[in-house]
Design a protein around this ligand. Structure first.
Ligand code: NAD
Ligand code: ZN
Length: 381
């Protein structure tokens, strides 16, 4: 584990052009272990001089974990301070980023201050974003507390905030200095949030058959059952990132379910669906689209929809949101240079990126799903 190191070289062709190559390299540990939180002081000391540490968390997690975490650091001689923001996706915002920045200044943050993101995906995305811009970059350590953040958001260095209704419009690639995944922290996580996290696990599982099999056969969702899921998901996410860590290709398989998922979140002001719930609907739409194109077998589609349903995830778009979500997809398409690349499952372990889906295909998929879904949708408005 070390702070980023870099190297800059250049070649002068003597004709007025200097070709510059700058390379940055980050290395860090991801520790997945029940009780890992207790090793936070040791991890911080390995990241750098831990004489200035600022914890950022939100007001659902603060009553559960803040006093314990601060005491842990204080006992180790680390004088940490804390910034607490309101819980929820609305805090993945410019005003919240500004609030954290003002807090850092008030606490006397300096170039080597280490930030600790203690929270779910909202906190790790927001803290990573602030860390990447404050004084041109502070080291930050992720301590994810939701299942979704433990198996997905805390890993990979994608940071960001939502802006003007667009999900993750502002952001950067900035890896944490360490990630501490402690499944014990999930004991207080509400069931609905566990299911939301399972949706991202299913997304990764569709790309990695051994994980999909674990999810299909999961009898219960106790903390002990979640550890192997987190283990597999983190490792396979890293494998997928290895090819294209900066998302140059814009066709990341990890975006499975996310076009429609983001559209659904945006169409409802980020306040109705948990992120994973919206992604679950997006995965279901992608699966039916794939089936309608004859890309996947009925058996594969049944397995994916069955796995989502057995994790008690809703698979259909509420009818009144079908056109609002399509409108949002149009906005996303514009942002992505006019193309709406969609990741479609072909088999468990294989996905395909297609360039475009038509409005007619989208309507056919959403209406097929509506016929499959139970009438008493918990998300029906
Ligand atoms: N950067 C990435 O690669 C990446 C990947 C996936 C998702 N995301 C982002 O992650 C966000 C969603 O993350 P999330 O679902 O964790 O949302 P979240 O941070 O809002 O957490 C979900 C809910 O669980 C509560 N919570 C978290 N930990 C808890 C605990 N231990 N005990 C009790 N309650 C707890 C929170 O207060 C919140 O109410 C989205 O904004 C999404 O875009 C980012
Ligand atoms: Zn996601």
């Amino acid at each position: 584990m070390s702070l980023a190191v870099g190297r800059l070289t250049w070649r002068d062709d003597g004709m007025g052009v200097i070709a510059v190559t700058a390379a940055r390299s980050d290395s860090y540990e991801v520790i997945i272990d029940p009780g890992a939180l207790e090793s936070l002081p040791a991890v911080l000391s390995r990241v750098g001089p831990a004489d200035s540490v600022i914890l950022v968390t939100e007001d659902n997690i603060a009553p559960l974990l803040l006093a314990h975490t601060l005491a842990l650091l204080h006992r180790a001689g680390i004088a940490a301070q804390a910034i607490v923001i309101p819980a929820g996706e609305t805090s993945k915002s410019w005003p919240a980023a500004q609030y954290v920045i003002d807090g850092l200044l008030a606490h006397g943050a300096r170039r080597r201050t280490i930030l600790v993101a203690l929270g779910g995906g909202v906190i790790v995305d927001l803290v990573g974003f602030v860390a990447s811009v404050f004084m041109r970059g502070l080291p930050y350590v992720n301590v994810p507390t939701s299942l979704l953040a433990q198996l997905d958001a805390a890993i990979g260095g994608k940071t960001g905030i939502d802006y003007q209704g667009s999900k993750n419009l502002l952001g950067s690639f900035c890896h944490p200095a360490a990630v501490l995944v402690d499944p014990e922290l999930l004991r207080t996580l509400p069931d609905r949030e566990i299911r939301s996290g399972l949706a991202e696990a299913i997304k990764i599982g569709i790309l990695y058959p051994p994980l999909f099999a674990k999810l299909e056969n999961m009898g219960s969702i106790g903390v002990a059952d979640l550890k192997p899921i987190i283990d597999d998901a983190v490792r396979h996410k890293l494998r997928l990132l290895a090819e294209d860590p900066f998302e140059r290709s814009l066709v990341r398989l990890l975006n499975l379910g996310h076009s429609v998922g983001h559209a659904l979140e945006a169409a409802t002001g980020f306040e109705v669906f948990r992120h994973g719930e919206a992604v679950a609907v997006g995965i279901a739409v992608a699966t039916v689209l794939s089936r309608h194109r004859g890309l996947c077998s009925a058996g594969t589609a049944d397995r994916i929809l069955g796995c989502l349903t057995s994790c008690q995830l809703e698979i259909s778009l509420p009818s009144h949101l079908v056109s609002a979500a399509w409108e949002e997809l149009t906005v996303i398409r514009r942002i992505r240079n006019g193309a709406l690349r969609e990741v479609l499952p072909v088999a468990i372990g294989e996905c395909l990126v297609v360039d475009e889906i038509s409005h007619a295909e989208y309507l056919a998929a959403t209406s097929s799903l509506a016929k499959l879904a139970p009438t008493s949708s918990p998300l029906a408005l």
